[in-house]
Design a binder for this molecule. Structure first.
Ligand code: ZN
Length: 303
């Protein structure tokens, strides 16, 4: 499906385009490590000694094929592994395009989410078939339930699981030798002041995950969406979330309703696909964490 692939090494930028017109670009963010933008989500790849490690697959098989072409324009080495930051469709839908020799690694909850979405009847005309295609052809070969350190294709990588954050299967993918972390959708720099948390995620978990990301010895933190931001911007977002969560908790203890909380602390409505940070935090404190998306290890607070 590829119609164009070109490389311009003077700017360290390669481009590839699929028939849907998705222009993917790679940006060197360290030695042999790249961020890919131009798709719906940010992704990345590392050219390791014995192959290429890919971080997230793009949204559709065509966009996945464009990413594979982009990598092929940069290095002849084969794709050895695909590491998934989480199971949202814009990060996993491209998996069927990848060679079946590439090892797919994800959190156990992400695997469960892919299967659940593939088996649900409400996936809709776009996402339903994407998940069905992934489930029938490219499920993770390896799932992890807690932080694991490994060597892939000769490169050290840490798959860090702190707690449910954006969703229940978030992994921070950290390359210590490159001093680069791929944060998935825990870090979003093109959306609101407060984090976007989907069902199964957690406001407390998000805070713990963001604290973990900011404590990493990383020069570059790649967000799931949006431009790479300075660390100070992420620290402000973390501080704002901690302050708002503390204020919501106090109002819950005073038995305020969500409407009263929203009146006192106007919520954002930047991304209507996700509940507001106020609602997520309120539900977590009043109703507890949803039991259908275990495990909840990592969270230190129970309502
Ligand atoms: Zn995303």
């Amino acid at each position: 499906m590829l119609i164009a692939a070109a490389i311009a090494c003077g700017t360290c930028t390669a481009m590839a385009q699929d028939m849907s017109g998705t222009p993917l670009r790679s940006q060197a963010i360290g030695e042999n490590i790249y961020r890919v933008d131009g798709g719906i989500a940010n992704t990345g790849f590392v050219i390791a000694e014995n192959g290429v490690i890919v971080i997230d697959a793009q949204r559709t098989p065509a966009e996945g094929a464009a990413q594979i072409a982009l990598i092929a324009a940069t290095t002849p080495r084969p794709i050895a592994a695909i590491l998934l930051t989480h199971a949202d469709p814009d990060h996993v839908g491209g998996l069927p395009a990848y060679p079946d020799t590439a090892r797919i690694i994800a959190h156990e909850n992400s695997r469960a989410q892919i299967l659940a979405a593939a088996n649900a009847d409400d996936g809709g005309p776009f996402f339903g078939p994407l998940y069905k295609a992934v489930a029938s052809s490219r499920m993770p070969h390896q799932v992890i339930g807690a932080t694991e350190r490994m060597v892939l294709a000769g490169t050290r990588v840490e798959m860090i699981y702190v707690a449910p954050a954006h969703g229940s299967g978030d992994l921070i993918v950290y390359f210590p030798d490159h001093r680069v972390a791929f944060a998935g959708d825990i870090v979003l720099t093109d959306q609101g002041r407060f984090p976007s948390i989907r069902r199964g995620g957690s406001s407390l978990g998000w805070i713990e995950a963001m604290q973990t990301i900011l404590a990493l010895d990383a020069d570059v933190i790649v967000p799931g969406h949006g431009p790479i931001a300075p660390r100070a911007r992420l620290e402000i977002q973390l501080r704002d979330a901690i302050e708002r969560r503390r204020a919501i908790k106090q109002m819950v203890e005073e038995e305020k309703t969500l409407d009263q909380i929203d009146a006192a602390l106007p919520p954002e409505n930047i991304n209507p696909r996700f509940p507001s940070f106020n609602r997520t935090t309120y539900d977590e404190l009043v109703k507890g964490y949803p039991e259908q998306v275990p495990p909840w290890h990592g969270l230190t607070e129970r309502p």
